[in-house]
Design a protein around this ligand. Sequence first.
Ligand code: HAM
Length: 443
Amino acid sequence: MSDRISAPKGVPEYLPPDSATFLAVHEALAAPAILAGYGYVELPVFEDTNLFVRGVGESTDVVSKEMYTFTDRGNRSLTLRPEGTAGVMRSVIEHGLDRGQLPVKLWYRGQFFRAERPQHGRYRQLQQFGIEAIGSDDPALDAEVITIADDGYKSLGLTGYRLELTSLGCAEDRPAYRDLLVGFLAGLDLDDATRERAQLNPLRVLDDKRPEVQAQLADAPLMLDHLCEACAEHFAAVRSLLDANEVTYVINKRMVRGLDYYTRTTFEFVHDGLGAQGGIGGGGRYDGLMAQLGGQELSGIGFGLGIDRTFLACRAEGLTPGPTRSLDVYVVPLGEARTRAALLVTELRRAGIRTDLSFGSRGLKGAMKGADRSGAPYTIVIGERDLEAGECQLKAMDSGEQVAVPLDEVAAHVAHLISTSSISGTGSVSGTSSTTDDKKELP
Ligand code: HAM
């Protein structure tokens, strides 16, 4: 067994039945964006390394410490995407989407890669659902983006999270604030590495988790208190639109995002049930990003919602979105009935009924054990005698009740039963007999 190969460290896998919940989380998060007219983009998983260096920022941990970068056979430096926004912008510029109707509204999902120290909820391969809306600085767009995220979480039934909101200002008010902060930090008792960081990216020092640093930051100047008039008005408008949408939020003046492109409205969704990795989603405006990547001067806003962490949040709240079972019917053929059973399985599936077959030549007892384990609420048994009579035996697994149904009617019959049964799939079959030989009238 020593040569067994394991999955790489820090990479989560979702197997049935969890994988059904994972998919349902993704679908629930995507639904409000689709309703708002966002179009799907499928983008490369690796990009030119420079895209992230220029787009996300050289001094961020994501770029300086966490990228999976490699040189390809043509000696090009490529990087597994650590996030989605830079790639969307690259694609919008490259394909000229910004020359059409604005804002360009796009959604994406998929794997992202960050060489972080793995722990509960922090993975090296993570999955996000994201949207980007490019080409408008209307505060209504900020409110739309945030409301879409909040509606997605709410539709899953999540309640144990909060939306944190701030504004990081713009190119006008940032330099003055930056000088103020650098001046403040210069007066503190910091180690050399932190001093260096204070020069390179002073905002990031505000996020230093060490208590001795935090203690000195209590009186640090905060961006939200130093917004220019236009940014203050924009932020006020976003807030009142969120209030109108009944999206609740708290202001977090000390929010520091891990990516450098943010301007103005910036937000995070934080769940209380996940320990240290409570950030289930985050986003904001990035009004200078497009120009920085060689495109037009267009503003934009978006978010990335962590599907892995939203899955964990659902679990923490005891929520299991998605189908409660994967099958409706399990078909058990006996003896010579195998060929007809195979056709029946195909007929049922073509009628939209989730159906599996008992494979191999198991006896009735073994096959019925398989039927039980499959979780399907109905089992259809076809024996040789049924075949002669043109029938099959339809059994409701919860009650054990069984009826004979003509083979050419069974698909319609089961479809009717499923559509009229409860969500858990425990609809009953008429009839009282539990022996396979009993032939009953259809209900
Ligand atoms: P981000 O905050 O770096 O933003 O990531 C968004 C979400 O991805 C986080 O809130 C978290 O739920 C999830 N996530 C991040 N890293 C990990 C990890 N190592 N393991 C598990 N989950 C993780 C962005 O990526 C921006 N591109 C979002 C955005 C789009 N901003 C504007 N548009």
